[in-house]
Design a protein around this ligand. Structure first.
Ligand code: 6GU
Length: 238
């Protein structure tokens, strides 16, 4: 898979991309991640990429010219192996579609992703009108830019690429995966007793049927606990 990141702050990705999982995946040729700086497509002596919103208001908007030209240049760079694949362009924005494991699985089916990171107060609308990206949000809270959100997308997607995780089966057992999308229940390793807390007897029993049943029950209750809305929400209404 090829992933292009279009950003004003490529240096934010350096340590992240060199880290163990992604570093190894890139070295093994399983994923090719490239960074392109929007400022390289800015004009004039000041290489301006942002400006005040028409109609007034706080903050600065990313201008359409440098952003669209940057993404178009990235799209034009198609190695022969990807010539037949249509790139999927994503825009990271709090106004986007919420990122879930289901969406991550959908993204992982593409051969080529382009992640467009915003900064400041957002993009000129004509970026969206021209590129028609899929807008994605990583949650209902505000970040200063899309870079951290892009890293979240990259990490979640790349670990689904066959061969990236050591054990091929382990992604299927993760929380939110599998048909019913349960979170994982508690797990234990040595010692058998820690500060008076014992490993549940069933896990030591060697009875694989009982262990599987127990784990499923634990996953069901962990999922129920997590989904139960906090006090003060609509679920408390009669
Ligand atoms: Cl994708 N971008 C920004 N700037 N803030 C966010 C976000 C994205 N997702 C949640 N908050």
């Amino acid at each position: 898979m090829r992933i292009d990141v279009v950003t004003l702050f490529p240096e934010m990705f350096q340590g992240f991309l060199e880290g163990s999982l992604l570093g190894a995946a890139q070295a093994a040729g399983l994923v090719d991640i490239r960074l392109t700086n929007i400022r390289d497509f800015a004009q004039g002596p000041h290489r301006q990429v942002d400006d005040k919103p028409y109609g007034g208001g706080p903050g600065m908007l990313l201008m359409p010219g440098p952003v669209v030209e940057c993404v178009e240049s990235v799209l034009a760079d198609a190695p022969p192996s990807l010539a037949a694949s249509k790139p999927h362009v994503l825009m990271l924005t709090p106004a986007g579609r919420p990122l879930t494991q289901e969406l991550v699985e959908e993204l992982a089916r593409h051969d080529r992703l382009v992640l467009l990171c915003g900064r400041y107060e957002g993009f000129d609308q004509r970026v969206t009108d021209t590129l028609k990206p899929e807008a994605i949000s990583i949650g209902d809270y505000v970040l200063s830019g899309g870079e951290v959100a892009a890293m979240v997308v990259i990490e979640a997607v790349t670990r689904l690429i066959p061969g990236v995780l050591g054990d091929a089966a382990s992604a299927d057992d993760d929380s939110f995966s599998g048909v019913d999308r349960l979170v994982e229940g508690p797990q234990y390793t040595r010692p058998r007793e820690f500060r008076g807390l014992r490993v549940p007897e069933v896990l030591l029993s060697g009875d694989h049927r009982r262990i599987a049943d127990w784990r499923r029950e634990q996953a069901l209750s962990a999922t129920q606990r997590r989904d139960r809305s906090p006090v003060g929400s609509d679920s408390d209404l009669p």
